[in-house]
Write a protein that binds this ligand. Structure first.
Ligand SMILES: [Fe+2]
Ligand SMILES: [Fe+2]
Length: 162
């Protein structure tokens, strides 16, 4: 069962970033399903690690996109990402310590973050990025199946537009 459902209402106007958001939802759902199925803590722990790693990668890519378009609220957005990373690290510590009820608290936090941050802050840059992409003739990132590495796809994008 999917606790986190990506919907087009979550779209930020950039297919590449949308795909990363979808993947975050998928990982969060795997965490939820493993929790529901009473899987071993090691299983939950490795999904949690994957979520943190992918989040760090996603934040870097998203910040790169905002930087490329000189998004005026870039620093505020980046600070918010840093805050989320700080929070998720603290949850991970509590998870490692085996705190009572931590899995449910993690799920609440994921709702706040995936629904809250993406629906709120991420969607705020949508009109700006869409407009800037048209004005500067830089197409929004096209979705790829890329899993790792930030620079390569961005530079490919730049080359494509030359
Ligand atoms: Fe995002
Ligand atoms: Fe963001």
């Amino acid at each position: 069962m999917a606790l986190f459902e990506w919907d087009s209402i979550y779209s930020v106007g950039d297919e590449f970033i949308d795909n990363q958001h979808k993947r975050l939802f998928q990982i969060a759902n795997r965490f939820y399903n493993a929790y529901q199925a009473h899987q071993a803590r090691t299983v939950l722990g490795s999904i949690f690690d994957e979520l943190i790693d992918y989040t760090i990668l996603h934040f870097k890519d998203e910040e790169e996109l905002l930087r490329q378009h000189n998004f005026p609220e870039f620093h505020q957005h980046k600070r918010n990402h840093e805050k989320l990373i700080g929070l998720v690290s603290r949850y991970k510590e509590q998870f490692e310590q085996g705190d009572e009820g931590i899995e449910a608290r993690v799920l609440d936090f994921l709702k706040l973050w995936l629904n809250g941050h993406i629906m709120g802050m991420d969607r705020q840059y949508k009109p700006y990025i869409v407009e800037s992409s048209i004005r500067t003739n830089v197409r929004p990132m096209q979705g790829t199946q890329r899993q790792t590495g930030t620079q390569s796809v961005r530079s490919k994008q730049t080359n494509r537009n030359r």
